[in-house]
Each structure stands twice: as C-alpha cells, then as structure tokens.
Design a protein. Structure first.
Length: 58
C-alpha cells in the first residue's frame, strides 16, 4: 500500500512517517503541500510511486 503524507509541518511529517513505518508500512511519501504531491505523482523520479497512491493523509 502506497501512502502519501501531506503536511506543511516537517516535524509532523517525520512523526507520522515514523509511526507508519513502525506499523509495517514501508511505501511512504511525505510532502509539504498538495502542489508537492501533484509534482511527485507526475515526476520522472524513480522514487516516485509508479502505481499511484492508495491513501492520502492530510
């Protein structure tokens, strides 16, 4: 399951990423804004989710 974490507070992004990784989720993408999320989804970057995002946490 691919999860996108969208929050403008980097501390909250790190905390939520940490909690989700501890819960067994590995395919996480943390970004600072909706614009960053759209950029990630349309990116040529190999780190970008190839199959899309299953869950967006705002």
């Amino acid at each position: 399951m691919s999860i996108a974490i969208v929050d403008d507070d980097p501390d909250l992004r790190r905390l939520l990423s940490f909690i989700l990784r501890k819960a067994g989720y590995a395919d996480l993408h943390a970004v600072g804004s909706a614009v960053d999320l759209f950029d990630l989804l349309h990116s040529e970057d190999p780190e970008a989710p190839s199959g899309g995002i299953d869950l967006v946490l705002l």
